[in-house]
Design a protein around this ligand. Structure first.
Ligand code: TRP
Length: 331
């Protein structure tokens, strides 16, 4: 147990998850827990770098915990916790702030993107976002950090900060490696199939949320934008149909070629109906588990309380080391 390598990853509670999360990040997390000691955190401190409605933030935090469990993250093996329940994250982040150059943060492409997207709220938290993320990771001496490619730059900053601290003082932090999973099938927005499906898309009718009702899922698929022509083939000039083929592949496990053969000579309408039925069936077992778990807030809170307790035991050790090395007086 002790010698298992450590994984830490996080997700923001900023909206409902969609089918792409289930088949991408979460599927990976579930597999990783067989081999690694895993910490999965719901990063509410990161979420408030963008203005959030308090009621939504509260709901989404528990929704996300229930989603983790419903997907198969096993709380007897992995630690599920909420970032704000472990004050060491903010404490270490402050220290790391003092070791990070302004220039390092202003180079972050996500900061640039988000300040453009929300020009009315370019706050200091948004600027320091990657430093808090570094604290998340370094507190647990994580070996590996599963993230999407968009987070790679933040991981590099994390490694730089860890190395900087280690060489200024002495070996304190494990230098984490990014773990960027082989991209599985990428799922695009049904209304705009050249854009990746995203939980914060303005156009929600193109996003298949995990908690959508069966008829909502079916309707979204039936209304999906399709391409000119009538062939059901996976091809670059047919992003709409290709995306539906991807969904059908994910839902049924059938290979692309097999799917093209199955629908050769058939119309878009018939194909969409088949995709809708398959996706609804694919999501059903997840939804049944999710509803049951989400309805039991007492249980959910027990899981995240235990997760936070375990996380604090580890985080506290790292923070104490850091405080001692920089010259804070221990009592
Ligand atoms: N920034 C990550 C994202 O938006 C979320 C995150 C916060 C994270 N802290 C983390 C991911 C630590 C991995 C490790 O996807």
């Amino acid at each position: 147990m002790q010698s298992r390598k450590v994984i830490l990853s996080g997700m923001q509670p900023t909206g409902g998850l969609h089918i792409g999360h289930l088949t991408g990040a979460l599927k990976n997390w579930v597999e990783l827990q067989n081999e690694y000691e895993c910490y999965f955190t719901i990063v509410d401190l990161h979420a408030i770098t963008i203005r959030q409605e308090p009621a939504n933030l509260r709901r989404w935090t528990l929704d996300l915990a229930a989603t983790f469990l419903a997907c198969g993250i096993d709380p007897t093996r992995s630690h599920i916790f909420v970032q704000s329940h472990v004050p060491e994250h903010t404490q270490l982040a402050w220290v790391l702030n003092c070791f990070t150059g302004m220039g390092e943060c202003s180079r972050m492409t996500q900061f640039k993107d988000k300040s453009q997207k929300y020009p009315e709220n370019v706050n200091v938290g948004l600027f320091a976002y990657p430093i808090l993320m570094a604290a998340d990771i370094l507190l647990y001496q994580a070996d590996l950090v599963p993230v999407g490619a968009d987070q790679k730059q933040h991981l590099e900053l994390t490694r730089d900060l860890a190395q900087r601290f280690n060489s200024l003082y002495s070996e304190t932090f494990k230098i984490p490696e990014p773990y960027i999973p082989k991209v599985g099938a990428k799922i695009m927005n049904l209304q705009n199939p050249t854009k990746k499906m995203s939980k914060s898309d303005e156009n929600q009718s193109g996003v298949l949320f995990l908690v959508d009702e069966d008829n909502q899922i079916a309707n979204k698929i039936k209304r999906a934008v399709t391409d000119s022509g009538a062939e059901i083939v996976f091809r670059e000039d047919k992003p709409g149909i290709s995306n539906l083929i991807t969904l059908y592949h994910i839902a049924t496990g059938k290979q692309i070629e097999e799917i093209e053969n199955e629908f050769a000579g058939k119309g878009y309408g018939e194909f969409k109906k088949a995709v809708a039925d398959a996706v609804v069936e694919f999501l059903r077992p997840f939804k049944v588990r999710y509803r049951e778990i989400r309805a039991n807030e007492e249980y959910l809170k027990l899981i995240i309380r235990e997760g936070a307790e375990q996380a604090r035991r580890v985080a506290n050790k790292t923070l104490a080391k850091v405080y001692r090395k920089i010259g804070f007086v221990a009592l």
